[in-house]
Ligand binder design. Sequence first.
Ligand code: BGC
Length: 749
Amino acid sequence: MQVRKLTRFWLLVAAAGPALMLGTSAVAQAPGPDERAAAALSKMTLDEKLQLVFGYFGSDWQGKKPPAAARYGSAGYVPGIPRLGITPQWQTDAGVGVATQGGAAVKRERTSLPSGIATAATWNPDIAFQGGRMIGSEARASGFNVMLAGGVNLARDPRNGRNFEYGGEDPLLAGTIVGSEIAGIQSNHIISTTKHYALNDLETGRKGHDVQIDPAAARISDLLAFQLAIERGDPGSVMCSYNKVHGDFACENDWLLNKVLKQDWGFKGFVMSDWGATHSTEKAALNGLDQESGWPFDDKAYFREPLKDAVTAGRVPQSRIDDMARRVLRALYATGAGDDPVAANAPIDYPVNEAVSQADAEQAIVLLKNQGNLLPLGPNVRRIVIVGGHADKGVLAGSGSSLVYPRGGNAVPGLEPTGWPGPVMYFPSSPLRELQRLAPNASVTFVEGNDPAAAAAAAKSADVAIVFATQWSSESIDVPMALDGNQNALIDAVASANPRTAVVLETNAGVAMPWAGGVAAIVEAWYPGVKGGSAIANVLTGRVNPSGHLPVTFYASEAQLPRPVRPGSKSEMDAFPLPYAEGAAVGYKWVDLKNLQPLFPFGHGLSYTTFAYGPISAAPAPDGGIRVRFTLRNTGKRQGMTVGQVYASSVRQAWEAPKRLVAFAKVNLAPGGSKTVSVNVDPRLLATFDEAAHAWRIAPGSYRLMLGASSRDPRSQTTLTLPGVTLPASWRPAQEAAGPAPRRGERGR
Ligand code: BGC
């Protein structure tokens, strides 16, 4: 450790140049990332600058091979500049771990976290940080110094095929969780990316649809999620998305890239394009794209010869190519990726990393219904019949570029589609085997779910029947808001035969549950990661008390959605206007506004114990926000965790919806125990965005703060009067107001 610190110090000093090395107060004058980027840039030729802003795909594609120095089967590669000590950028997907591109014959087998939406369901930034730290350490140990993680697109529609990669529907929750994951990844001295910026909320037509949204509504919904994640995680880069926004592709969109991200938010890192999302040279460079990624996915190598020509001819100013390269350099220095070399085959402690994934899954699983306390399975339960979902073999994962290949391989190989957007992957962590291990005195048997009548017959005389039901999803496709195949009929049949039926769901996001009233218990396990079977079995048997809460609304039917009929055909290439008329009224805000009764509301999640929420008190904070204090108490007989969720309503100012989540805290309580927590409410969560004034406006007047167990279960409340304040678009909270600071600087294991 000591040696590493010393080496790093001298590298820093050396990069700052000989003058500093001769000086007597080198420590006091250690240059920051801006100075170091400027110093490196001043030594670079135009060709070297251009080299930093052009990325190659890291795998074979349509007969084209990547440069030899790319890591095998990876997402991307940008060559380094050895004469200046500038490292190559080795880029890997994604948010749940180190992925391998589908086309690669040999896969890296690594540790997958639960899906991003699952981590959001923990409502626990510390779990997100630990998960990020773990996958970042595997990226580093696999030779990568850029991780294309940090997906924070809002869940505007439960049918978005990539919901599983993101942080749910609420800007505060998503921004906090994803920002913490980014900080965890970067604690390994590697760059994390946040993506897909912005409004890439449906996969149908993702390469052509044109999002229309009121800019002020975007500022308080999707853009706010990115803003909060960037403030908290400080990622070295942002990936612009495939879609268009207001007529311009996101990767050549002046409003998104220059105005909002760089000017208003002061983002100092670099913008990289999604793979195949660059469409021009001058427009893209001038409107804020800093690095073209994934060549040859684009039609042309826009940022190679054409950019050189444009700079030479003065169509793209020298100052702009300098800015592009400087941003890349700055990110390398700010994160430590530029100083701390990665090695391709460093050892990985898989059991330790799998425990991190399991801890995430155990806090992510949401107990949606538990009639008559069917769960946890007690010692009197002697005959358990498990049905369907390949629960004898493993747990489902989401697919696409983010898919991590697990140690032990696919537990259920050969399911269609086996090629892109597949393969369909089951991680080899069998809920059946884990339940058999945890309940040695019970008979735990399995029936396939293909034949509902046979499954019902097997389940009839069981003490408890547990149906595992799945919805597979992947990048580049959207999915119906439904379980796959005949699983609704299967659940109906089993529940009719045995009222003591529990359903365990492994889904992308919410699905319709026409059988919800007829089963005793429902557990949402999402895509639960490489130790998902163990996590599920621990929750079902009560070794772990469930503490997950929905990070998305579970709608009763597609008729409740802002767009009951999914727009477009099914192709990702489809081009069509996509109006987001609901504006910022996403998820619970939409159902509140329209007075709809969801199947399960945002924030919902049961426990095997009970909690009391309150009292709550609040006072205006000097920054225009609110300081809230509330008490949570465990009123039951088991240790358990709950989340205090604080929602605000503005009595005077018209918001997009009746209430917004403005603060939350997860606490762990012994039976009878209580905790009082204080949290700051960010003033932007109380504001509307005034486009004309280019400012956040918090209206003076009365506000109600409700503390609850979900968005539809308020338990105590208070009101306060705020003086009202206008904050510039560039406002950001002081460090201490941002909540518990992620542990940065500390290297992952
Ligand atoms: C995805 C990105 C991913 C990239 C590189 C794209 O298709 O949208 O999320 O990082 O590929 O694999």
